[in-house]
Structures are given as structure tokens and as C-alpha cells.
Write a protein that binds this ligand. Structure first.
Ligand code: GTP
Length: 348
């Protein structure tokens, strides 16, 4: 019988550094042929674009498959399984499969899919790697005010959840075989110690934790964990699975995303500064995309995680490519979409 192909699931909250880590992995994968399955929340395909642009020989554009019909955990049957089946039918099978979940995905249903009959005989989960934004943990982003949550629940009995961000953060940690504490460049040693403690306190399991900056983790550490995670799901139940043992499907109603499309931006520094204020004022969780800077041959890539914004010219606009500014905005459901959109549109 053929050996099973190992598949690594990379999860972690919005903006933790999953795509950055995978990009780094592709450049140091030591000749392994890697197939990538990428899933994003928000229909703009930024991650796929970033990864296809890295030109790694061991992972061509054909080997990068984007799943864009919502979070991978909700589309397992309709999207993930057929994609996997097609991938396994290819003449040239990959040595390793890497799956990047959306920042809002629960890894558990995805890992469970590896127990489906057609998949189980051919692929196994090498390990689940959860990437953590250490700076965001240090800033208390995942530690919600429990009193406030309790007060909201007592006013509205239909609220059966803790804070959705906190819950998801814990679910992603609970499923981990390896936790990467990323963005260590943004905090000091004492802060990192507190982040370790905080992360450890959020899961009953004791997965290995390593530290990284810019997702720089050697391929030899990320790949080849050899866990077979699909056989150990009983120890990794999500909040939703624990609360709804009858199998009620979960959803992502607590989060929303939309795309803003704009004309050329004349003053990129001013644009970024103003975006920062909008993000803070409306508690936008994640904003990313590409900007058409007037008069520049290069495309500006923009990545905001909370109000931290990175931006750089990543590549020239293609000759047949329409120059446009497109940004995907992700926030909690209660974010005032109309106000955020209007504020961004008013910037050009
Ligand atoms: N300072 C710093 N920035 C980082 C580090 N790792 C990633 N980033 C930046 O954080 C931003 C988000 O990184 P991504 O790799 O796109 O994060 P992601 O987890 O793939 O994000 P989603 O797909 O939206 O969930 C980018 O601007 C990265 O350059 C790090 O270690 N330090």
C-alpha cells in the first residue's frame, strides 16, 4: 500500500502570521514538493496572491489551491473533501500537503475530515500548528472582560457564548500539536514569559511551544511531527462541540467581512495614518489588500492587524492587470459596516 501523505494544518487567529510562516516554509522546504490549500475569510484572495508571488520552485502556482466559499470548517463536505480528492488523483502527488485555515476557522471539523473513508486511507494529519500573535496576547486582545461578558449574557439570554474571539482563540490552541509564539520582536522577554503562561492557561493539553519572529521556523520543525491528529480528536473538543454534543453545526455569525474598492491613492502615508484611526475607532480586527498609488508602477500591499499596519510595494502592476485599490475589512458582527466603508471611501 502507498504510504499516506502527511498534511500539516496551520491555524491561528486573524493576522497571527500564518501566511508569513508558510511563505518562509516554502523557501526552506528542502526539496519537498508541497501542495498548499489556502482558506481565507473575506472574498479577496490576498493570501493566495502573496503565496503565489513567492515563486518557490517546490510549490508552483498549480500547487496552490484557494478555497474561497467561506470558512473551511463549514465547507468540509462541499469544498475541502472534493479538493483533496482531486489533489490525490493527480499523477504527480505532493510529498506534503499544507493547509492554511482562515483566521476564524475551527480546526476540529477540518481535522475530522481526515477520518472520511476516501481520505483516511491516503492522507494523515502530520500535525496541527497554531500560530499565535504574541503581541496581541500581551495587549490583552484575547482576554476579555469577563464581567462585561457576564453582564451582556444576563441581559440577553440567547447569548450562549463567551466572547467569540476568546473562544476561538482557545479552540485553536486546544487543537494544537505545536504552538508557535510568533511576533516575538514586538515584545520583551518578561512580556513573552507572560504570553507563555497565558497561552498555557488557555488549553488543558500541553502542546510544545516555540518562539518565532516573522514566522521563521525551520521546515524540519514544522513538518514531520508524525502525530496522526485525526485519531486524537476526543481530547481536543471545541467549545461548540462541548456545548452542542448533538452535532448542531456551528457558524461564524459573530464575524463579518466586506470589501472596499477605491480609486488611486495620492498620499499613501496619509492614507495609512487615516486608516489607523478608522480601525481604532471602529475596532476593526483585520484589514488587508492592495493599493493603487497614483503614479507608481508598483502595487502597495497593506496589512493591518488591529491598528498595527504594515505596508510595502510588493510587485509591479501587470501589463493587463486593472490597477485598483481593494481592501478586505474583517470585524465583529456589531462593527458598523456602513460607517467604516464611508470613512474609508472618504479618504480618496
Ligand atoms: N512585527 C512582526 N510582524 C509580523 C510577524 N509575522 C507576521 N507579521 C506581520 O503580520 C501581518 C499579518 O501576517 P499574515 O502572515 O498575513 O497573518 P495571517 O495569520 O496569515 O492572517 P489571516 O490570513 O488574515 O488570518 C503582516 O503584516 C505580517 O508581515 C512577526 O513575527 N513580527
Amino acid at each position: 500500500m502507498n504510504q499516506k501523505i502527511p498534511a500539516t494544518v496551520i491555524t491561528g487567529f486573524l493576522g497571527a502570521g500564518k501566511t508569513t510562516m508558510i511563505r518562509n516554509l516554502l523557501t526552506n522546504a528542502g526539496g519537498r514538493k508541497i501542495a498548499l490549500i489556502i482558506n481565507e475569510f473575506g472574498d479577496l484572495g490576498v493570501d493566495g496572491d502573496v503565496l503565489k508571488g513567492c515563486g518557490a520552485e517546490n510549490c508552483s502556482e498549480d500547487d496552490i489551491i484557494e478555497l474561497t466559499n467561506g470558512c473551511i470548517c463549514c465547507t468540509v463536505a462541499d469544498d475541502f473533501i472534493p479538493t483533496m480528492t482531486k489533489l490525490l488523483e493527480r499523477e504527480q502527488r505532493p510529498d506534503h500537503i499544507v493547509i492554511e485555515t482562515s483566521g476564524l476557522a475551527l480546526p476540529q471539523p477540518l481535522v475530522a475530515a481526515f477520518n472520511w473513508p476516501d481520505i483516511r486511507t491516503q492522507v494523515t494529519v502530520d500535525g496541527v500548528v497554531t500560530v499565535v500573535d504574541s503581541a496581541a496576547v500581551a495587549a490583552g486582545r484575547f482576554a476579555d472582560d469577563h464581567d462585561a461578558v457576564e453582564a451582556a449574557r444576563s441581559e440577553d439570554e440567547s447569548l450562549d457564548h463567551e466572547s467569540p474571539i476568546e473562544e476561538l482563540f482557545e479552540d485553536q490552541l486546544t487543537c494544537a500539536d505545536l504552538i508557535v509564539l510568533n511576533k516575538t520582536d514586538l515584545i520583551d522577554v518578561a512580556g513573552l514569559g507572560r504570553v507563555r503562561d497565558e497561552v498555557a492557561s488557555r488549553t488543558q493539553r500541553k502542546p510544545v511551544m516555540i518562539e518565532a519572529k516573522n514566522g521563521e521556523v525551520p521546515a524540519g520543525i514544522l513538518l514531520g511531527l508524525g502525530i496522526g491528529t485525526e485519531g486524537d480528536l476526543a481530547n481536543r473538543k471545541s467549545h461548540h462541540e462541548l456545548e452542542h454534543e448533538d452535532g448542531t453545526p456551528h457558524d461564524h455569525d459573530e464575524f463579518d467581512s466586506f470589501v472596499v474598492e477605491l480609486g488611486p491613492v495620492a498620499d499613501p502615508a496619509g492614507f495609512v495614518g487615516a486608516l489607523k484611526s478608522i480601525i481604532s475607532a471602529h475596532d476593526v480586527l483585520r484589514l488587508k489588500g492592495f493599493v493603487d498609488v497614483a503614479g507608481k508602477p508598483m502595487r502597495l500591499q497593506l496589512q493591518a492587524v488591529g491598528s498595527r499596519i504594515d505596508h510595502y510595494f510588493d510587485r509591479p502592476w501587470g501589463s493587463g492587470e486593472a490597477r485598483t485599490t481593494r481592501l478586505v475589512v474583517i470585524g465583529l458582527h456589531e462593527m458598523d459596516q456602513g460607517a467604516v466603508r464611508a470613512a474609508i471611501e472618504a479618504l480618496v
